[in-house]
Write a protein that binds this ligand. Structure first.
Ligand code: F6P
Length: 345
């Protein structure tokens, strides 16, 4: 073996919406890369913007200490999509070119892209340009194709469940219908999991078409059976006729058609904030440490993933551009139906 082997240099960035566990993932990659493999680690600022503008800092092991408990990302993030055509002034998009130049000028051996679906799409395109890229899946939406679970999801489910728990007591006191809207434009994982954990009576998901009529019927049946209040958990991305929030659309329809007092809560960015749950810390650490191992083994052009409880890699070109949605025969949906939970259909 060549003891003079060149010290590897790796970049890390966090892109897309933030979520709890990003710092645990940065720490997992960075510490393993430094301690186990003797690599040098560079953190790029604000997602792909940092790669485009060559804004980075070297991360030493000491900078990776004390961050596992922190929400957000020490690197910052952005929704910059370097392959999105810039056409306002008719000029060409030179962002991918800049990224490739900066990657080579710094002498990187790999860039680790931590993000959701959009990030994996960009990571795949960069990989096709010849850069060594590894993706790590994160999002509170849990909708990244190719992995059973993303970090950020568990923390968000916990936050949303706490909120639903609190709505039960006030709903009961006033005998109201309480509607809580959680995030999820295309995928209803967060609504389904927090809805089930919080004992929601009706759960509305983007994947399942609902009818206002069925929701009303369900609520009236509950009242007839002396269930004096109802909790409805709704994903922000359900199909609705206007731009107003999903919660306000459903609330207005219920109140006007039943006369029962109805109130709405939109949970918003609280779902993405704060310290990660223990499970997210573990998952992000596992993904991060495994990504560093994949770099050492040269397994580029891949995303790390958990499938059937095993950690493995999935080719980025299989992941890019797809979403993991809830299938109508998903086991938890079926089980919930058998317990009387309505999906509004
Ligand atoms: O990607 C996660 C997510 O939280 C979605 O559920 C949500 O709709 C979206 O990001 C909103 O994020 P932003 O306002 O930061 O673009």
């Amino acid at each position: 073996m060549n003891s003079q082997r060149k010290q590897k240099k790796i970049g890390i960035l966090t892109a897309g919406g933030d979520c709890p566990g990003l710092n645990a993932a940065i720490r997992g990659v960075g510490k393993t890369a430094i301690v186990e493999y003797g690599m040098r680690v560079f953190g790029f600022n604000a997602g792909f913007l940092g790669l485009i503008n060559n804004e980075y800092q070297e991360l030493r092991e000491s900078q990776l200490s004390g961050i596992i408990t922190m929400g957000g990302t020490i690197l910052g993030t952005s929704r910059e999509k370097p392959y999105k055509l810039v056409k306002e002034d008719g000029s060409e998009n030179d962002k991918p070119e800049k990224i490739i130049k900066n990657y080579h000028e710094l002498g990187l051996d790999c860039v680790v892209c931590i993000g959701g679906n959009g990030t994996m799409q960009t990571a795949n395109l960069l990989s096709q340009e010849g850069l060594n890229v590894i993706g790590i899946p994160k999002t509170i939406d849990n909708d990244v194709w190719g992995t059973d679970i993303t970090f950020g999801f568990d923390s968000a489910v916990q936050i949303a469940t706490d909120a639903i728990d609190r709505l039960h007591t006030t709903a009961n006191s006033h005998q109201r219908v309480m509607i809580i809207e959680v995030m999820g434009h295309n995928a209803g994982w967060l609504a389904l999991y927090s809805g089930l954990a919080g004992g929601g009576d009706i759960i509305l998901l983007p994947e399942i078409n609902f009818k206002i009529k069925s929701i009303i019927k369900n609520i009236e049946k509950r009242y007839a059976r002396k269930k004096p209040y109802s909790i409805i958990v709704v994903a922000e991305g359900i199909k609705k006729p206007h731009n107003k929030s999903a919660a306000s659309y459903i609330a207005k329809a219920i109140q006007s058609k039943t006369g029962i007092e109805t109130r709405e809560t939109v949970l918003g960015y609280i779902q993405r904030g704060g310290s990660p749950s223990s499970m997210d810390r573990i998952l992000a650490t596992h993904y991060g440490a495994f990504a560093a191992q994949c770099i050492a083994e040269g397994r580029f052009g891949t995303m790390v993933a958990i499938r059937n409880n095993e950690i493995e890699t999935v080719p980025l070109n299989e992941v890019g551009g797809k979403l993991k949605l809830i299938e109508s025969d998903f086991t938890l949906v079926q089980k919930a139906r058998k317990m009387g939970v309505s999906f509004g259909d």
